[in-house]
Ligand binder design. Structure first.
Ligand code: AMP
Length: 523
């Protein structure tokens, strides 16, 4: 990679506030593995408080030892380095220890939302070939029932399993190119595809942001993003890599956030626009002292300039908006030192080369709208077991096609996201892939065809709405459709409304015009 994209490299220097040798920087961002890096920090400051999750607190040293013990327990269950482990549990301190244990064992964590239904968990477990599931609550019960139907799955381990009797497994060296996480995301068709993220990818992504945002051991993260999701986990990763402290709640509650910032001297808040909507709407926000906050970050979905202004009025600063994707980690951010320009996502983060390209993959002139493509140590190597998807997702030279449309401001190089080429709905910061929902709806007898779209919503950013066409037989009743999806889809994926239409708007090629469907179902 001798021909680095010049403007991107200039952006890295601006983020870092100093001159850097770009290739040294790339090597530094992706060095090592997550368990080694966490262990090194814990060994340097074992007594320092690390996490408090819903009132259960651990130091960096305690977490490190607990991770080692959980890894030893997994070895006992036959989990070897390189195995896949399905992981599905709500946020708790035991859940974090178990997660760190899976990584310490050198296995790949397959993240699953704990509200997933039987069908969703079955699909993830069989598609990933997980050998063990580590789970809690409802997901654990479902997975235990499913074990007989899944030949690869050897057992289900409760995240709360006592591990005191185990000698901690040492943080052996894990190959940085091995997959740490297997996340699921999707392009335009079918069920989500598997995205292997190596230790190097995950480390490069979070370290780039930490350097750019000046994350240090003195920081206090106040956090209530779900830890079973990459965005929420990134807060835990940054805490363990920096040696700082995080106070975490399993559920989002505006009052808890504000009181905790005030009582703990919180310095960092990570969120999605839906969280800032609810936070700024809370009546008590004016009465709490939030002056300790130095960094308020928004990502995962577009932040409107109006909401950015409300955050500035209530939290005392314009949120630092950043942009990224599951496949490529954190890619672009407004610079910490400013200016923070609402409506833009800023400039490429350290290590990321970014271009806006036309249909042939050639870079477009500044100001023109095109697809955003990225390259760097944060970017995954390709979907697991899906060669066609890999070929469709990269341009020659290793440029990953994000499927997002944007442009670069000719005046200052700031990037604006102006659209989405992929059929993704972002509701409350969670990704919903229309085709997955459509397939479930089309399984409902009276439905012949379903199209699922995102409709603008104040509370959720976008909300999931389905347009369905009947098969000419039984009449479609909205309530019955909603009942049908209830035990097939996790709550955040379920349509908020189902609109019955005579026929779907299509173009001359018969392709459904999703923007017209949005108009059809908007109230
Ligand atoms: P995820 O894989 O959950 O990170 O979601 C990735 C997708 O979310 C991107 O491809 C974008 O479509 C969208 N996204 C993430 N951050 C932003 C942002 N700051 N502004 C607009 N869209 C965003």
């Amino acid at each position: 990679m001798s021909d680095l994209h010049e403007r991107s490299v200039a952006a890295w220097r601006r983020h870092l506030g100093c001159a850097v040798e770009p290739h040294d920087l790339i090597a530094r961002l992706s060095r090592g593995s997550l368990p080694e890096a966490f262990h090194a920090m814990a060994a340097a400051a074992p007594e320092r408080p690390a996490l408090d999750v819903d009132g259960s607190a651990r130091t960096h040293g305690e977490l490190d030892a607990a991770a080692g013990r959980f890894a030893a327990l997994l070895r006992e269950h036959g989990v070897a380095a390189g195995d896949r482990v399905l992981f599905s549990a709500p946020s708790s301190i035991a859940m974090v220890e178990a997660y760190l244990g899976v990584l310490r064992a050198g296995a790949t964590v397959v993240l699953a939302n704990p509200s997933y239904t039987r069908g969703e968990l079955h699909h993830l477990a069989s598609d990933s070939g997980a050998v063990i599931a580590v789970a809690a609550g409802q997901a654990r019960a479902i997975l235990a029932e499913l074990a007989d139907e899944l030949p690869a799955l050897q057992g289900v381990v409760d995240v709360e399993t006592a591990t005191a009797e185990f000698e901690p497994l040492a943080a052996e060296s894990v190959d940085g190119d091995q997959a740490a996480l297997l996340a699921y995301t999707s392009g335009t068709t079918g069920r989500p595809k598997a995205v292997p993220l190596t230790h190097a990818n995950v480390l490069a992504s979070i370290r780039a942001a930490m350097f750019a945002w000046r994350w240090t051991a003195g920081d206090v993260l106040v956090h209530s993003l779900p830890l079973f999701h990459q965005h929420g986990l990134s807060g835990v990763h940054a805490t363990l890599l920096s040696g700082c402290r995080a106070v975490i709640a399993g559920k989002f509650d505006p009052e808890w956030i504000c009181r905790t910032i005030a009582s703990e001297g919180g310095t960092i808040l990570l969120g999605v626009p839906a969280i800032y909507e609810r936070l700024t709407a809370w009546d008590g926000i004016g009465g709490t002292d939030l002056s300790s906050l130095r960094l308020v970050v928004s990502g995962s979905a577009p932040l409107s300039p109006a909401l950015a202004a409300r955050v500035e009025r209530t939290l005392g600063q314009i949120p630092l908006e950043r942009y990224g994707t599951t496949e490529s980690g954190l890619d672009v951010s407004n610079p910490y030192g400013g200016p923070r320009r609402p409506g833009t996502v800023g400039i490429p983060l350290p290590g990321i080369e970014m271009r806006v390209v036309g249909d042939a993959g050639d870079e477009l002139p500044d100001g023109d709208d095109g697809e955003i493509v990225v390259r760097g140590p944060q970017v995954f190597g390709g979907y697991a077991g899906d060669e066609t998807a890999v070929a469709d997702s990269f341009y020659p030279g290793g440029w990953f096609r994000t499927g997002d449309i944007g442009n670069v401001d000719p005046a200052d190089g700031y990037v604006s996201i102006t659209g989405r080429a992929k059929e993704l709905i972002i509701s409350g910061g969670m990704n919903v892939y229309p085709r997955e929902i459509e397939l479930v709806l089309e399984d409902f007898d009276p439905v012949a065809r379903a199209v699922v779209v995102g409709v603008p919503s104040e509370r959720w950013g976008e909300e999931v709405v389905a347009a369905v066409v009947g098969n000419g037989g039984e009449e479609i009743v909205e309530e019955a459709v909603l009942e049908f999806v209830r035990d097939r889809l996790a709550p955040y994926k379920r349509p908020k409304r189902v609109v019955v239409v005579e026929r779907l708007p299509t173009n001359e090629m018969g392709k459904v015009l999703r923007s017209e469907v949005v108009r059809l179902v908007e109230r």
